[in-house]
Design a protein around this ligand. Structure first.
Ligand code: ZN
Length: 198
């Protein structure tokens, strides 16, 4: 079942999500929630969806970066973003550690439909979490996958990318395509950084 995705500033998006108890994880209710979130994420489409975004303040998110989502990107653009496909998986009760090295790229969110902004994010992360079977997992991620993890784990803490974006870089996806896409990332970042300094 495709679930409605709540939009900013629905209170649930600003509420820190509660930890799931181990005995809750394998219940029919949570399994059904995961299946519905997977369907909702694919329908959107998006590369991640936190439970808060469908109105449930629990520490659970689904992630999947399918190769078809990157089919319009050049190999150079994919290399620049350090982006490669990530198979579907579930993170529950995550704890994240960030590298100090950062990268800036445009980021969007299904709960801020039609908008994007430049967001600095750690290039590498280590995430300790449980999977959908309640098994402990350690995820070492870099590049775009690390960005997705940071974005989804932010949601579980009640944060959104607009809290971390570079001020004055918020734009519609339409205007990004119209004014910035052709310029490439290096020129875009430097022009937007100048805008920030003025
Ligand atoms: Zn989001």
């Amino acid at each position: 079942m495709i679930l409605p995705i709540v939009q900013a500033d629905d209170p649930v998006l600003r509420q820190p999500a509660r930890v799931l108890r181990p005995e809750e994880i394998r219940t029919a209710e949570i399994r059904e929630l995961i299946a519905n979130m997977k369907e909702t994420m694919r329908d959107a489409p998006g590369v991640g969806l936190a439970a808060s975004q469908i109105g449930r303040a629990i520490q659970l998110a689904v992630i999947e970066d399918r190769s078809e989502y990157s089919k319009d990107w050049t190999p150079e653009q994919l290399a620049e973003r350090d982006r490669r496909p990530v198979s579907f998986h579930v993170i529950i009760n995550p704890k994240i550690e960030l590298s100090s090295a950062k990268a800036e790229f445009f980021e969007g969110c299904l709960s801020l439909a039609g908008l994007m902004a430049l967001v600095p994010r750690a290039r590498q992360v280590t995430v300790e979490c449980l999977d959908e079977n309640g098994q402990a997992r350690v995820i070492e991620a870099h590049g775009w996958y690390a960005r997705i993890l940071q974005h989804e784990i932010d949601h579980l803490g009640g944060a959104m990318y607009v809290d971390r974006m570079l001020p004055r870089t918020l734009m519609t996806v339409e205007n990004y395509k119209k004014f910035w896409l052709e310029k490439g990332m290096a020129r875009t970042i430097s022009e937007l950084a100048n805008r920030h300094e003025r």
